[in-house]
Design a protein around this ligand. Structure first.
Ligand SMILES: C[S@@+](CC[C@H](N)C(=O)[O-])C[C@H]1O[C@@H](n2cnc3c(N)ncnc32)[C@H](O)[C@@H]1O
Length: 261
């Protein structure tokens, strides 16, 4: 299970964020779109696939007074989200649910955010149908995903280092729902109002910094002993590659939709 350990996700995300040189902070962009949607007070605002709650926290700051409900299938992620909500005193509830079966009544939600999670569904259209079932006719849906070729230079590096020779051939995490198919997929369930693509660039300081991201990436099949161990992975990388900065990129895509007419 990809999301059974909040600390591992936090350290991988931390390494990636420390490497970022261009691209806006995604929770803040989502929150700005949420404010623009003017969700009707009193109706629930959902953050599905909330992960460690970065987007949930941004929504609570941007929409004070809204009834925000964070949803995730992973108990570990929900524990992390609840802890962060408690630390900041943010008002939101967190519920465990599969996004194919949302615990909400038909036509009840003012706004649903599904950021960087629909690609985990075998068929994201089914999740979108469920989101639309719960959506009030005046409601808004905000989706975010990344390009299918995100971080491709890291795949090359992992393959070149002989750690995972198939790294470049394997379908990435974003195969089912990515920048290039998001509009088509969303079109089946929503009226698409706006799509925006933004290039994010990253520069890892050296191989140790790169290893801090790679060691727990779900994409790679790293040799036993290196998976999950950034120091051992950095040591191995340095033994086969020249040390120095490593650059990579990803396109982050946002879509705003409303209920179908
Ligand atoms: C990358 S995290 C999303 C982070 C968060 N939305 C953000 O923008 O910071 C993806 C999340 O989707 C959740 N997820 C995957 N499959 C799910 C499902 N079937 N139902 C609900 N959540 C799911 C995972 O547990 C994980 O927490």
């Amino acid at each position: 299970m990809l999301y059974r350990d909040g600390d591992r996700l936090a350290s991988r995300t931390g390494a990636l964020m420390a490497a970022k040189i261009t691209g806006r902070a995604t929770p803040e962009v989502l929150a700005a779109y949420a404010v623009g949607a003017r969700p009707r007070p009193g109706r629930p605002v959902l953050d599905i696939g909330c992960g460690r709650g970065a987007s949930t926290l941004a929504l609570t700051r941007a929409l004070p007074g809204s009834r925000i409900v964070a949803i995730d299938a992973s108990g570990a992620m929900l524990r992390a989200t609840r802890a962060r909500l408690e630390q900041t005193g943010a008002a939101a509830t967190a519920a465990q649910a599969d996004f194919h079966h949302l615990p909400l009544a038909d036509g009840s939600t003012a706004l649903t955010v599904a950021a960087f999670c629909l690609y985990h569904a075998p068929d994201p259209r089914r999740v979108l149908s469920e989101i639309v079932r719960c959506l009030h006719p005046d409601g808004t849906v905000i989706l975010a995903t990344k390009s299918a070729d995100s971080y491709a230079s890291l795949d090359r590096l992992v393959a070149r280092a002989g750690l995972d020779p198939d790294a470049e051939r394997r379908t990435g995490l974003y195969g089912a729902f990515h920048s290039a198919n998001m509009r088509d997929v969303a079109d089946h369930a929503l009226t698409v109002r706006h799509v925006h693509h933004e290039v994010h660039r990253f520069r890892f300081r050296d191989l140790a910094h790169t290893a801090a991201y790679l060691a727990t990436s779900p994409k790679y099949r790293l040799p036993e002993g290196l998976a999950g161990d950034p120091d051992a992975l950095a040591h191995q990388l340095r033994s086969v590659l020249p040390d120095g900065p490593v650059e990579t990129s990803s396109v982050v895509s946002y879509l705003i939709g409303t209920a179908p007419h």
